[in-house]
Design a binder for this molecule. Structure first.
Ligand SMILES: Nc1ncnc2c1ncn2[C@@H]1O[C@H](COP(=O)(O)OP(=O)(O)OP(=O)(O)O)[C@@H](O)[C@H]1O
Ligand SMILES: [Mg+2]
Length: 569
């Protein structure tokens, strides 16, 4: 019987492993910089030529290696970082497999120069996995690795490399991630002789973030600090109003280790709820802390991903952390932060409005779910309210002037109420004595059919009347100024035209459409009692500072800003 199974020679095994660890220049950069950081480097310098296809060189001032260790380091499974499986739990180093150096050396022309003390050191050269030469070298304490001709002996892989620009971009990204992970170390990235990144050693994490992401993005971030159950979450997320559809930056860490996880990013976005337009992607920098045994870091060939034991738990806490961070925020932050008045300040009662009056004006608070404590906490609306340009409500708060966009505010209130109606018991409808009849286009008819259930839930009782006519027998009555007929027309036209099309969730899309059309508009003069009711309702919502498009509903002019302008400060 012939034998069909054979043990692969080491060189072949290394090349196969290299396929998993080293996919492109950026992966080699990542492995080499990680090794430098694991060796305690204070400065790491990365040089690339031709996107790393011609040369990748990483130099550090870390511990260096003695000659025997340097030779051993090139063997598979040679590592100084773990001795047993138990060591993997809570491991603080990036490396633990002892695979990176042999993998890189097997698919390149590789030179390692290292010294444990300034002066005498060792230089090794390896060619496509074969140790060529071991000799003396003179250098300062630390290690340099030069990788030339990556994939020169695996042409199939070399063919898959992208343009120098795109390989450079990926490598830059890898260095940026590690620079964020280790703000105490200095980093330098040289690309074809020009400096692309230079950050000094000893930076605080937030200084480092600003240096790596740029001041512009850093200026749009708000801090996150949250703990729940087994998890802590800290870091920064972007203000809703500054989120854009493209160009966002993201970085996740667990126990200091960078990783990628699109689901967790989505959980973070869910924390914005309706405060951003669904097409917008906010920048996110989050550090998750969890007990070491709760996360497995050894699940991905290039260690880009991790596995959480409590997957649902971590997603939930990330979402809550983001929501918590945004809750206390005004989108128009240039004029100061939103600070609700302390509890005990006069609220609805002081505003002189009974519950019934409030209900009549802008709907019952309980429509939007459980009673929110914010109303009780009070916002001092016993202050006189002024409507300006028939569009904004202005009042004096403790530390400045507050401007509220009446339409956006009402839209936010209705949105939350409609979401509750769509997912809960539905809204009360008002029967019409004289039914309203509408002629619709084909697209509009189809939209009405598609959204029949949602229309019913918010209170529209629609009947098809043959041809293109529909009849409304009952309509919602969210507030006294509500014009049911024109609201219905506008909502149906929006739905047919796919406005708000970016919303992923059909219910949210419908709610946003309806809220936008049902809300009081700019140009409507409001009674003082209506203004008070509107504000009380607004501050009882989840996200008072933002409308459903992520724009500001509240803008503040702090007193000190006013005084500064008058030269009193
Ligand atoms: N820049 C460096 N300075 C000092 N020692 C180094 C450096 N690079 C590698 N080493 C040593 O060589 C060993 C092998 O490195 P290699 O990257 O192959 O494996 P690892 O880092 O232990 O694990 P992994 O494969 O998970 O990265 C390391 O454990 C370390 O002892
Ligand atoms: Mg390593």
């Amino acid at each position: 019987m012939s034998r069909r199974i054979a043990i692969l020679p080491d060189a072949v095994a290394d090349q196969i492993a290299a396929g998993e660890v080293v996919e492109r220049p950026a992966s080699a950069v990542k492995e080499l910089v990680e090794n430098a950081l694991d060796a305690g480097a204070r400065h790491v310098r990365v040089e690339l030529e031709n996107g790393g296809k011609t040369l990748i060189q990483v130099s550090d001032d870390g511990s260096g290696m003695g000659r025997e260790d340097a030779i051993l380091a090139l063997d598979r499974h040679a590592t100084s970082k773990v001795r047993s499986v138990a060591d993997l739990i809570g491991i603080a180093t990036f490396g633990f497999r002892g695979e990176a150096l042999p993998a890189i050396a097997s698919v390149s022309r590789f030179t390692l120069t290292t010294a444990e003390l300034d002066g005498g050191g060792t230089e090794l050269t390896v060619n496509g996995g074969r140790l060529d030469r071991v000799g003396d070298a003179v250098r300062r304490r630390g290690t340099s690795v030069a990788v030339r001709g990556l994939f020169f002996n695996t042409p199939a892989r070399r063919k898959f490399l992208r343009s120098a620009a795109s390989e450079t971009r990926a490598a830059h990204e890898a260095v940026a991630t590690l620079a964020l992970a280790h703000s105490e170390a200095g980093f330098e990235l040289q690309v074809d002789g020009t400096c692309r990144l230079a950050v000094p050693a000893g930076q605080a994490p937030e200084e480092r973030l600003a240096a790596v992401w740029g001041r512009e993005i850093a200026g749009t971030l708000v801090p996150v600090s949250y703990a729940a159950g087994a998890f802590t979450v800290s870091g920064y997320v972007q203000r809703p109003g500054d989120a854009q559809p493209t160009g966002r930056r993201t970085q996740l860490f667990v126990n200091g280790r960078p990783f990628k996880d699109s689901f967790l990013l989505r959980a973070a976005e869910a924390g914005y709820r309706s405060a951003i337009h669904p097409g917008d992607r906010p920048s996110v920098y989050l550090r998750i802390g969890v007990e070491a045994g709760e996360v497995d870091v050894n699940v991905h060939p290039a260690k880009l991903e991790v596995r959480f034991r409590d997957r649902m738990g971590v997603e939930r806490v990330v979402e809550e952390a983001v929501r918590h961070a945004l809750g206390s925020l005004v989108a128009a932050a240039p004029v100061g932060e939103w600070r609700p008045l302390p509890a005990g300040a006069p609220g609805a009662a002081a505003a002189g409005l009974s519950a019934e009056v409030l209900e009549g004006l802008f709907g019952a608070a309980t429509d939007a779910g459980p009673e929110r404590p914010a109303v009780e906490a009070g916002h001092g609306f016993d202050a006189p309210l002024l409507q300006v340009f028939d569009a904004y409500i202005v009042y004096q708060a403790q530390e400045g002037l507050v401007f509220v966009d009446q339409h956006s505010a009402h839209e936010r209130i209705l949105y939350e109420r409609v979401m509750a109606q769509l997912t809960g018991g539905g809204a009360a409808a008002q029967r019409l004595l004289l039914p309203l009849t509408f002629e619709l286009t084909d697209e509009e008819l189809e939209a009405v059919e598609r959204h029949a259930e949602q229309l019913t839930r918010v209170g529209f009782e629609v009947e098809a009347f043959g041809g293109r006519s529909v009849v409304l027998h009952a309509v919602p009555a969210p507030h006294p100024r509500f014009d049911a007929g024109s609201c219905f027309r506008e909502v149906v036209a929006d739905l047919a035209r796919g406005r708000f099309g970016g919303w992923a969730n059909g219910l949210e899309r419908f709610a946003a459409t309806y809220a936008c059309r049902a809300a009081v508009k700019a140009g409507e003069r409001l009674e003082p009692a209506e203004m008070r009711a509107l504000l009380l309702r607004l501050f009882a919502t989840d996200l008072p500072p933002h409308d459903v498009h992520g724009r500001a509903t509240i803008v503040q002019l702090p007193l000190d800003e006013l005084e500064r302008r008058f030269g009193r400060r």
